[in-house]
Design a protein around this ligand. Structure first.
Ligand SMILES: [Zn+2]
Length: 241
């Protein structure tokens, strides 16, 4: 690890983070949701690290049709084989709101989006199980990743949302940070965050230059939030070895 940028790891007491970057068995060839409760590709998997964006990219917009095309490109580029969706999907609920539909249609929309991408990219969909409370989020942080990273593979790492920033651009990346912060600090989140014990955005980068760039994005996302949220969020990061 980079000595000048691993304060986060030192603070949470993580000595060995290798398994999050290079998990045994590798990364599943799949894209799934950033939701911290989704850590398995399917019911039969124990733990499956995968590429992750909110609603498997369903909010990447400007509309659903564009999002399908963009995520199809991602699936093809990364040679993925599955598009995953899950129940109680907050991103799906947002997709419904953006599309002028009732939030209760969110899970259907998230599934339909996954099916559309899978159909266009000629791959399969899979329904990921929800390993966490229904209707409630337990994320303590948000991993904003310039490199494939699966925090749930390392027990000591705090539970958090995961954005695979390396498959999208900074403008959309910032949007996911804002969406996730709204969930974590909102009525469906833990609600325990304070200036002394903040919700954290943790940048995971491949080198110092990328770390600096992604930190700027993360801080810009925080700056765009209301003061009552800003003061309960900390931004930090580290570099993969
Ligand atoms: Zn979701």
């Amino acid at each position: 690890m980079d000595d000048n940028s691993n304060n986060f790891l030192l603070r949470v007491g993580v000595r060995e983070v290798e398994a999050a970057f290079r998990p045994v068995g590798g990364f599943a060839p799949a894209i799934g949701c950033m939701d911290e409760r989704v850590i398995r590709l399917s019911e039969t998997d124990s733990r499956s690290p995968m590429v992750r964006l909110a609603g498997a990219g369903g909010l990447i917009g400007p509309d659903l049709a564009s999002a399908v095309l963009e995520m199809t490109d991602v699936v093809r580029r990364l040679k993925l084989k599955y598009v995953a969706y899950h129940s109680d999907c907050g991103a799906g609920e947002l997709m419904a709101r953006v599309g002028g539909k009732h939030p209760s249609e969110g899970d259907d929309l998230a599934r339909e989006f996954a099916e559309s991408v899978a159909k266009t990219a000629c791959v399969k969909t899979v329904r990921s199980p929800l390993d966490g409370p229904v209707g409630h989020h337990v994320a303590l942080c948000h991993y904003y990743c310039g490199v494939p990273f699966a925090p749930h593979m390392v027990t000591e790492l705090p539970t958090g949302f995961v954005t695979s920033r390396f498959v999208t651009d900074g403008e959309y990346g910032k949007r996911e940070l804002v969406i996730a912060a709204g969930i974590a600090l909102g009525e469906h989140g833990l609600g325990q965050f304070s200036t002394k014990s903040p919700y954290r955005i943790v940048v995971v980068a491949t080198n110092g230059e990328e770390l600096a760039r992604l930190l700027v994005e993360a801080r810009a996302a925080v700056t765009s939030l209301p003061a009552r949220m800003r003061r309960r969020i900390a931004v930090e990061g580290f570099v993969a070895s």
